[in-house]
Design a protein around this ligand. Structure first.
Ligand code: MN
Length: 331
C-alpha cells in the first residue's frame, strides 16, 4: 500500500490507486489513498492567444502529453464586445493535427490548401500539418456573439509527420447515449461509436454533455486519459474533488472504467491514447524532434519560402521572434 508522498514516477502503474494534486491546487494531500484509478490533477495555465484569454491544460511543466494529444486550450465562454474579433492571422504548423471544437460561436477557417470552411458548434475541423501548412481563423461577424471553444493539437508520429498537409471538416459526428450523458465522438471509438476523423495513432477524443447523476465511462485500458471540464463541475471517480474548468485530470493507463458524477449539467472533454512513444520538441506552432527541424521551420516561415504556402486571408501574417535555445551547461 502507498504511504507517504506519491511521486510522479509512481503514476505509471496500472494498479496504484491514489489522488495526487498539483501543489498549487492543494485541496487533497499528495498520497491520499482512494478507491479509484490514479488521478493527477494539475492547474491549467492562463495565457493569451491574440486578444483571447485561454486555459492551457496541455502542455504544462508536469504533463507534456496525453497519448498523442500535446496541446489543449479552452477559451471562453466570453461575450465578444461590439466590434471585437477573435481572429488569428495566417500562421504555420508542422508535425501535428489541429483539432477545433466549438461549444458556442462560429469561426471561419482558411488554409494554404485553399480550404475555406465555417465551423459551428457540434462540428469538427481537423487539419493535418505534416511537413507544413498555414492557416487563419477569422470571426465570421454574424450573430453569434459568444465564443467558447477548445483548440487541440495531436502530435503526428514519424511515419506521417513529413507527409502532405490535409484538411477535414466533419459536419456530423457520431453520438452515443450514456447513462447520464451524451457522448459525441470527435476522434477514435468510444461507447461503440466511431468518428470518421483521421487519426495516425491509437487515440480518442470525446465531448460529454453531462446530466445530473453518475455516468460510467468505459475506457481502453491501454490508453492514458485526460479530462478537462469545459462547463460546470464533475467529480471524477467518486473523488471528493469537484473538477471545474481550468484543470486537467490525468489518468494513467490501466483502468477500464471511470465514473463521472455531477449535480448539475456539465460539459466535459475526454482525451486519451496510447502513450506517445517519441520525444517531442514543441516551439511556437511547430512540433518536431530536434532544434534543427524547428530552426528550419522558423526560417521557412520567416522568409516565406513557400513551404507553408499562402493563405487567402485579409488578416496579416503572424510573425514571431526566432527560437532562442537555453545554452546547455557543460561539466
Ligand atoms: Mn493554428
Amino acid at each position: 500500500m502507498t504511504s507517504g508522498p506519491v511521486e510522479a514516477a509512481d503514476l505509471t502503474g496500472p494498479t496504484r490507486r491514489a489522488v495526487v494534486t498539483d501543489p498549487a491546487v492543494g485541496r487533497a494531500p499528495a498520497g491520499a489513498v482512494a478507491a479509484g484509478p490514479v488521478l493527477e490533477i494539475t492547474d491549467s495555465r492562463t495565457t493569451a492567444v491574440g486578444s483571447f484569454e485561454v486555459r492551457r491544460a496541455l502542455p504544462t511543466r508536469r504533463r507534456r502529453t496525453v497519448g498523442a494529444w500535446c496541446f489543449v486550450d479552452h477559451a471562453g465562454p466570453v461575450r465578444l464586445e461590439e466590434g471585437a474579433r477573435p481572429d488569428i492571422g495566417p500562421h504555420p504548423h508542422m508535425g501535428l493535427h489541429t483539432v477545433t471544437w466549438l461549444l458556442e460561436g462560429e469561426m471561419l477557417h482558411r488554409d494554404s490548401l485553399g480550404s475555406e470552411q465555417v465551423i459551428r458548434p457540434g462540428q469538427l475541423n481537423l487539419m493535418t500539418a505534416g511537413r507544413g501548412i498555414a492557416h487563419a481563423e477569422e470571426a465570421t461577424g454574424t450573430s453569434r456573439p459568444t465564443a467558447h471553444l477548445v483548440q487541440l493539437w495531436v502530435a503526428q508520429p514519424s511515419a506521417t509527420r513529413d507527409g502532405p498537409p490535409a484538411f477535414e471538416h466533419h459536419a456530423e459526428l457520431p453520438r452515443a447515449e450514456l447513462e447520464h450523458a451524451v457522448a459525441t465522438v470527435l476522434i477514435g471509438t468510444f461507447a461503440g461509436a466511431e468518428s470518421p476523423a483521421r487519426r495516425d495513432t491509437e487515440m480518442v477524443g470525446v465531448d460529454l454533455d453531462v446530466r445530473p447523476g453518475r455516468t460510467v465511462l468505459r475506457l481502453d485500458p491501454a490508453f492514458e486519459h485526460g479530462i478537462v471540464v469545459t462547463a460546470g463541475e464533475v467529480a471524477v471517480d467518486d473523488q471528493p474533488i469537484a473538477l471545474s474548468p481550468g484543470h486537467l485530470a490525468y489518468v494513467a493507463h490501466g483502468p477500464d472504467a471511470l465514473a463521472l458524477t455531477s449535480w448539475a449539467p456539465a460539459r466535459v472533454l475526454l482525451v486519451g491514447g496510447v502513450p506517445f512513444p517519441e520525444p517531442l520538441l514543441m516551439w511556437w506552432n511547430l512540433v518536431a524532434r530536434t532544434r534543427e527541424e524547428i530552426e528550419a521551420g522558423y526560417l521557412d516561415w520567416a522568409t516565406d519560402s513557400g513551404r507553408f504556402g499562402r493563405v487567402a486571408s485579409p488578416l496579416p501574417r503572424v510573425e514571431t521572434a526566432p527560437p532562442i535555445w537555453t545554452p546547455r551547461r557543460s561539466g
